[in-house]
Design a protein around this ligand. Structure first.
Ligand SMILES: Cc1ncc(COP(=O)(O)O)c(C=O)c1O
Length: 357
């Protein structure tokens, strides 16, 4: 796998840290050692996994002479925020197509990522219904090309094609090298990640295989049932493997794609108790902010897999923090008063305050 063959822009001038989560490991019984890869600290506005994918997607766009980028995502899309941020750095115009996956969920004045779309200054924001975004992107691109002669480059949702997934091939190589270089880090047995539009999961699965790594990648679905997500990730990971290695005969074995779907709850972006517990536990045990839509549900999966002894005792388990915290401010309030193992504080209500005055 020679990633230097591909054009790349660089948006993070450092390697993201791998940190032990000793207090959380202890809290969950101490049978496994939990670590976290801090991709929430990647570059561009607010960080998160799309920054790695955009390094390759934007380089491709620039190579093709693009002056305008159109992309799409959910109404609180981290991907749209980061694409817009990359466009600002590259001096390109940026149009966002937002898909209302939950009816009535778009609010022009909402906070979180929606606020950042406005602050960062998208050229245009268009809102469409569930499943309509990819077609709308193509229609708008065709119109702009014809009417204004613009050179439009369409980045797929989540930058989840074989070009964007190269960002997570690069991350797999980074993790392998980081563990080699930092002798205080143990070998990892598992890598747990959110699995949404799929470029992150697919890039990691493809590259861990290409690199002959023994780290097992586990994807926690944030939207689709296991069979649908597994088929999607396998197809994208296989395509990415062939693209990244340049070896069209190399096939990704099906068992290299593992998806768990038990943590989606009632649907994409809708809260679950597990998510709320995970967000609260990460905050209170490690001081780390998760987001309610992706990393909160992925962490709920991580926590449940630890509690149900999915990982062999003594395993080293690396959780990928894919970012997304800006949306936490939109999805407030997380119910911090749910019974959370090990939580010592409770938000004081009015009468508590009066008592302590
Ligand atoms: C914070 C965050 N984590 C994880 C994901 C899922 O990554 P992917 O779309 O590559 O599956 C997303 C997707 O938007 C995200 O915003």
């Amino acid at each position: 796998m020679e990633l230097s063959r591909f054009p790349r822009r660089k948006y993070t001038p450092y390697v993201t840290p791998i940190e032990p989560m000793n207090r959380l490991s202890q809290e969950l019984g101490g049978s496994v050692n939990l670590f976290i890869k801090r991709d929430d600290q990647l570059g561009l506005t607010g960080g998160g996994n799309k920054t790695r994918k955009l390094e390759f997607a934007m380089a491709d766009a620039l190579l093709k002479g693009a002056d305008t980028i159109i992309t799409c995502g959910a109404v609180q899309s981290n991907h749209c925020r980061l694409t817009l941020s990359a466009c600002i750095q590259e001096n390109l115009k940026c149009i966002l197509v937002l898909e209302e996956r939950v009816p009535g969920s778009y609010h022009k004045d909402a906070s979180g990522n929606n606020y950042l779309f406005q602050l960062l200054g998208a050229e245009q924001i268009v809102v469409v219904g569930l499943g309509e975004a990819p077609q709308k992107v193509q229609e708008m691109a065709a119109e702009l090309r014809e009417a204004q002669g613009r050179n439009v480059y369409c980045v797929p949702g989540g930058a989840s094609n074989e070009i964007g997934a190269l960002g997570y091939c690069a991350c797999a190589a980074e993790i392998q090298n980081q563990i080699f270089e930092d002798t205080s880090l143990p070998r990892m047995d598992y890598l747990v990640t959110a699995s949404g539009s799929g470029g992150t999961h697919a890039g990691l699965a493809a590259a861990m295989y290409a690199l002959r790594s023994s780290i097992k990648v586990v994807g926690i679905s944030t939207r689709h049932p296991e069979d649908v997500q597994t088929a999607h990730i396998h197809a994208l990971a296989d395509k990415t493997l062939k693209f990244a290695t340049g070896d069209g005969t190399l096939d990704l074995p099906t068992e290299k794609v593992v998806v768990k779907d038990a943590y989606v709850g009632p649907g994409y972006s809708l809260p679950t108790e597990g998510m709320q517990e995970a967000v609260t536990l990460f905050a209170r045990k490690e001081g780390i902010l998760l987001d309610p839509v992706y990393t909160g549900k992925a962490a709920a999966g991580l926590i449940d897999l630890v509690r149900s002894n999915y990982f062999e005792p003594g395993s080293n388990v690396l959780f990928l923090h894919t970012g997304g915290a800006p949306s936490l401010y939109h999805y407030m309030p997380i119910d911090t008063n749910l019974p959370v193992a090990g939580a010592t504080s409770k938000v004081a209500n009015d009468s508590d305050e009066k008592k302590s005055d």
